[in-house]
Design a protein around this ligand. Structure first.
Ligand code: MN
Length: 329
């Protein structure tokens, strides 16, 4: 097993010595995934390198306003050649998606940069730091400490990655350094207010249709300590949901004062059920509960997939969750 924490200077050296580099993140990418891939890609492009930014599921519509998102490639991939592959924010190698695993395999060297503590260090060089709130924060340190280009476009992606993965600097994973990084980027000229406006205050009406349904249909159990909602294919079709529309909805459920855990069950097109779980109490480890169903993630935010139908999956998962919630009293 390779070391979990290859120094960032060593990773910078490997990046400098490569000319054609592919960078990828997990399927169904969120702000940290898209932001980390493109921040690193834009920095390396500013060094004159050929960079392939790969996302198996493309860029979600809510993040399409960010710089150079149109350069992101999705399958089927062309036969490009690379001498270095980088996976970011991806807890297991397979999570980049099947086509992307194959494409990254064209390089003799794989770098794995992540903050999921369960990451098994599947790269040749690994920098897995579970104490970092976002991979965007690791990428910032990588560029900053090694004098790699930090353009305005790079900073827009880093801010997006950090801001979205910390719930706008609210979650307990946020560190003093997270705020310092935001301050350093502001001093370097980054317009954070504009980005916050585009990230959080510019939402399609169909997202509010989803939220309206969620608030009508959510269910409280375990004396109000667990809240859950089933997002069905029927509703997605009714509101013509697009990728990215559900980002952060679970944080609205989490706001309820009595709640220690919020869960959303999402019916996928293939009939499987995607589970997103959040904890508000450090004694409740939702990654362990998701682990019982083959999933994983972070202590306070985790996920899993189960087989349908959605009501049965929800019942099974919530029973296991409720058991753990009752243990912390
Ligand atoms: Mn992340």
């Amino acid at each position: 097993m390779s070391a979990q924490l290859t120094p960032l200077s060593e990773i910078a050296t490997a990046l400098r010595s490569a000319q054609r580099i592919a960078i990828a993140a997990h399927v169904r990418p969120d702000g940290d995934a898209v932001g980390s891939v493109l921040a690193l890609a834009l920095s390396l492009r500013a060094m004159g390198k050929t960079v392939y930014a790969l996302l198996e599921d493309g860029v979600p519509s809510n993040l399409a306003f960010l710089p150079e998102t149109a350069t992101v490639l999705s399958p089927p991939y062309a036969d490009f050649e690379i001498d270095l592959a980088v996976a970011v924010d991806t807890a297991t190698h397979e999570r980049v998606g099947a086509n992307t695993v194959t494409a990254l395999g064209r390089a003799p060297l794989l770098i794995n940069i992540d903050h999921h503590p369960t990451n098994p260090a599947y790269g040749h060089l690994n920098h897995v730091d579970g104490a970092q709130p976002a991979v965007g924060q690791i990428i910032y340190e990588l560029l900053h400490q090694n004098d790699l280009p930090m353009t305005d476009g790079v900073m827009q992606h880093l801010f997006t990655a950090i801001s979205t993965d910390t719930g706008s600097f609210q979650f307990s994973c946020t560190t003093a350094r997270t705020h310092e990084i935001a301050a350093e980027m502001m001093r370097a000229g980054l317009d954070t207010a504009r980005l916050a406006q585009l990230l959080y205050q510019t939402q399609p009406a169909r997202r509010f249709e989803l939220m309206r349904a969620m608030l009508n249909e959510m269910e409280l159990r375990a004396d109000g300590r667990v809240v859950s909602w089933n997002l069905t294919q029927a509703l997605m079709q009714k509101v013509q949901m697009e990728s990215g529309d559900t980002e952060g909805l679970i944080d609205t459920l989490r706001m309820i004062d009595s709640v220690v855990s919020a869960v959303i069950f999402e019916e996928l097109a293939d009939g499987k059920i995607r589970i997103s779980a959040r904890s508000k109490d450090s004694r409740l480890d939702v990654s362990a509960i998701c682990g019982q169903f083959g999933g994983g993630g972070h202590r306070m935010a985790a996920g899993a997939r189960m087989k349908g139908p959605i009501t049965e999956a929800a019942e099974t998962f919530l029973k296991a969750l409720e058991h753990e919630v009752r243990r912390i009293a």
